[in-house]
Structure formats: structure tokens, C-alpha cells
Design a protein around this ligand. Structure first.
Ligand code: AMP
Length: 447
């Protein structure tokens, strides 16, 4: 037994005395904790729910090259998040809620640390199930099952089983992000079953209840498309064509709507975002009274001079765009160029500069606007915009929203559209979003 296993053993032993709460206890503890914020109560909630963390974490212990303690500690972070966000008055079971967060944190962690090959989450789940089954079988029969026996257990032809297993042969990763198919994410939420878990039965009904809860705030059309597609109405899964027929929409349109919904759910989950915020905001320096008294300037040069930090910033910005469809990136002078340039290169999209008055050499279009500190005019080359182009605007920071609003106006006046604007930093207290309510805004760090 290695040191890690020894530590885990001690940990498990220590926790033996903390039995899961009854539903009544759970409700009372949470109501009291939310009312008083009492730390001792929080501790108690944590301890009595550790078994749940272990139960979820254990399933991932076999993944090669990833420390069990790390997995466990990610699971604990997931549970802490769940404790903070749980609303007892909704009478939703904490275990269901926390289960989701624990798993999400663990998966996210593995995703970051496993090798690069992206494999849909359901395939990874499948691998974990296979490993668990082999383990159970071994304990029962004192030999490993044959491939045929395993395939049978999973109701598969041997050939298909081997194929499926092959995909996950050595290196694996899974994604919480949308890689090839955004539907993996919903499949994960609705379909994945966890074997050998005493939550299995509950899991089945709770997952769809959970997804229903998550989509409840979406626009009716998106909600309907997701419900129909994934059978949240109790019906079996439907194809995109079937959903399209019901909703009188094209298959392609249904796909777009579902992608959008999934994107919103994911950004609501915010796991990624919180991580990025913490890491990146520590690299941004506050310079008080620059360029004018009273303004706290967010200086990104400290982030730019840290290659790992800059890379992280660009990657985070790129990830946010995974579900957005656009033709051109309009980057705003001058700090917007830094991010826009890197993103245009990475995403293979035209880089369209938006510059201060008098800088662009050929024929321009222009728009004036007021800034957090002063007034300015921006210009774009006239021939950089074609009718029907879908633009995404990039800048380093969203303050009052005056700049991006002007760029949007300029683009729209010239027959193109703006599908969104992406910033590394948002000064939330300036409430730019209120003013820009018809613009989709993506940000990585908020102050
Ligand atoms: P706004 O038009 O008010 O959203 O201002 C956005 C533009 O001004 C961005 O290009 C920012 O680079 C810059 N900016 C405004 N306020 C700040 C600030 N407090 N720190 C750094 N840059 C700022």
C-alpha cells in the first residue's frame, strides 16, 4: 500500500462516525446555517456529507496518473461550492445537488490533468463502469472476466464493446466544454449512470429533475428544444429532425438553439469562470488615479509579461467562444489588438482593426462615443465590412460600454450584425450590460 492509500485509509476511518443526515436533519441544519452563517454548522454539514464525496471520487481513483488525494480534494471543493449555493427552501435534496457539483469539479480537474485527447464524457464514464465491473467480478470469481463476459454485462456485441473500449484505451480526457458535440454535455447530465452506487436509483430520476431545474430559466424556445431532444418530458430521446418537425423549425436551427442553451447552462455552472477569475485577476494590477484622479486603472501589462498567464487568458477567451457563430473579429485599439490578434490567429478568423480617428489609411467609417474618461471617435475600414457579416467584438476591458456600443452601431449601420462582444475584464459596478441589453456579452474576469 503506498503512502497515498495509507492516508486515504486513515481519512476513511476518521469519517466512519459521520453518518449522512436524515432529510429532516439536513433541512434543519441548512436553514439554520443559511440564517446564521455559523461556521460550526458548516463544518458539521461538511463532515456528514464527506461520504458522498468519497463515493463519487472513488469511481475516478483508478484513472492512471492522477492522484487520488487530488481527486478527493477536488470533490471536497465541489461540495463546498454546493453548500454555499444550496437553497434549502427549494426542498431539493442536498445529496443530488452536491453530487452534481462534486462530480463536476472532479471531472473538470481530470479534464485539465489528463492527456490531451478529448473524449466525450459518456465514453469515459463507460470506461469507469467497465473498470468497476471488472473489479466486482474479480472479487466474486477470483479471476478477470473475459471480454465476452464484460460485453454481455453491458448488453453489447463483443465487437462493438471492443471498439468502444479502444477509443478510451490509454489516454483519456473528458470534457465539460463543448468539443465536437455540445450534446455530450446534456448526455452526461441525463444519461450517465454510476454503477455500484447507492444513489443509482435516485440518480436516475434526479438527474432529469436537475436538468429540468437548470433549464427552467432559459427562454421558452430553448427550453422546449432541449426538453424534446433529451426526453425530459418523459418521452424517449428525439432526433433533431423530430424536434424540428414538432417546433416547425429546420434541423439546423434546432441544433443552433440547443447549442445556445447548453452554452448558457455551462456558463451558469461557472466552474471554469471562477478558476480563471482567481488566477488571472491576481495577475492584473490596479493603478489608482490613472489616467485621471478617481479612476482605478486595471493594468494588464503585468498579465501580459507572464507568458503562462497570457496563454491562460487567451485560452479562456477562446473557450468562451466555442458555441458562438461569427465571421469576423473586430478588435478595438489598442489593448484589444493584443487579445484580438491572438484569437484571430487561433480561431482562424479575419482580424478587423477598430482604430482611433486618423490612424487607418484607406477609406473609413466612423462613430463617436464617450469613455469612462473623456470622448473619442473610432474608425474602421469601409471595405472591412460586407453586408451580412456577423461580427464578434474584442476588447481588453468593458467599463461603461460606450466603446463597444459605438463599434456595434458602426458595424450595424453598415449592413452587418454583431453577435457578441468578448472582454477579458468587466467592471461590473459600471453596469454596462444594462445599457447594452441587446448585445451578448462574454467576460472572463469580473470586478
Ligand atoms: P468603456 O467604453 O467605458 O467600456 O471603456 C472601455 C475602454 O476603455 C477599454 O478599451 C479599456 O481599455 C479602457 N478602460 C476604461 N476604463 C478602464 C479602467 N478602469 N482600467 C483600464 N482600462 C479602462
Amino acid at each position: 500500500m503506498d503512502i497515498e492509500d495509507k492516508l486515504l485509509k486513515i481519512y476513511f476511518r476518521e469519517l466512519k462516525d459521520y453518518k449522512p443526515f436524515t432529510p429532516e436533519e439536513e433541512y434543519e441544519y441548512f436553514v439554520e446555517y443559511k440564517k446564521t452563517g455559523d461556521h460550526a454548522l458548516r463544518e458539521k454539514i461538511i463532515l456528514h456529507n464527506q461520504r458522498l464525496v468519497i463515493m463519487v471520487a472513488k469511481k475516478y481513483f483508478r484513472l492512471r496518473g492522477i492522484s487520488k488525494l487530488d481527486i478527493l480534494s477536488e470533490g471536497v471543493s465541489g461540495m463546498l461550492k454546493a453548500i454555499d449555493h444550496f437553497k434549502p427552501e427549494k426542498h431539493f435534496k442536498f445529496s443530488t445537488y452536491a453530487y452534481f457539483w462534486i462530480k463536476a469539479y472532479i471531472i473538470n480537474f481530470i479534464d485539465k490533468n489528463a492527456r490531451i485527447v478529448k473524449i466525450p464524457i459518456y465514453i469515459l464514464d463507460f470506461r469507469v463502469k467497465v473498470m468497476n465491473y471488472i473489479d466486482e467480478f474479480f472479487h466474486e470469481h477470483e479471476r478477470k472476466p473475459t471480454t465476452k463476459e464484460i460485453a454481455k454485462q453491458f448488453d453489447m456485441e463483443e465487437e462493438k464493446f471492443l471498439h468502444q473500449l479502444n477509443i478510451v484505451q490509454n489516454e483519456y480526457s473528458m470534457s465539460f466544454k463543448i468539443d465536437n458535440d455540445s450534446e455530450d454535455f446534456i448526455n452526461y447530465l441525463t444519461l450517465s449512470r454510476d454503477s455500484a452506487s447507492f444513489y443509482e436509483e435516485e440518480d436516475r430520476k434526479d438527474k432529469s429533475e436537475y436538468v429540468s431545474m437548470m433549464i427552467s430559466s432559459l427562454k421558452p424556445k430553448i427550453k422546449q428544444a432541449i426538453s424534446l431532444r433529451f426526453g425530459l418530458d418523459g418521452h424517449a430521446f428525439r432526433t433533431l429532425d423530430e424536434v424540428g418537425t414538432i417546433m416547425s423549425l429546420s434541423k439546423e436551427r434546432v441544433r443552433q438553439i440547443i447549442n445556445k442553451g447548453v452554452g448558457i447552462i455551462q456558463s451558469n455552472l461557472n466552474i471554469e469562470k471562477e478558476r480563471h477569475m482567481e488566477e488571472l485577476s491576481s495577475l492584473i494590477r490596479d493603478v489608482p488615479d490613472f489616467p485621471k484622479k478617481g479612476i482605478v486603472f486595471k493594468d494588464i501589462t503585468t498579465l501580459l509579461k507572464d507568458p503562462a498567464g497570457f496563454k491562460k487568458a487567451i485560452d479562456a477567451m477562446k473557450d468562451v467562444l466555442a458555441n458562438v457563430e461569427y465571421d469576423k473579429l473586430a478588435s478595438i485599439e489598442s489593448r484589444g489588438f493584443i487579445f484580438g490578434g491572438a484569437l484571430s490567429y487561433l480561431l482562424d478568423k479575419p482580424f478587423i482593426p477598430v482604430r482611433k480617428k486618423g490612424k487607418l489609411p484607406a477609406e473609413t467609417i466612423s462613430e463617436s462615443y464617450s469613455l469612462e474618461y473623456g470622448e473619442d471617435t473610432l474608425e474602421m475600414h469601409k471595405d472591412a465590412i460586407n453586408k451580412g457579416d456577423r461580427f464578434l467584438i474584442i476588447d481588453d476591458l468593458l467599463a461603461t460600454g460606450g466603446t463597444v456600443g459605438a463599434v456595434k452601431k458602426m458595424i450595424e449601420k453598415n449592413g452587418a450584425s454583431v453577435v457578441g462582444a468578448l472582454f477579458l475584464v468587466e467592471l461590473k459596478f459600471l453596469e454596462a450590460r444594462k445599457k447594452l441589453d441587446n448585445l451578448e456579452i462574454f467576460t472572463i474576469i469580473e470586478y
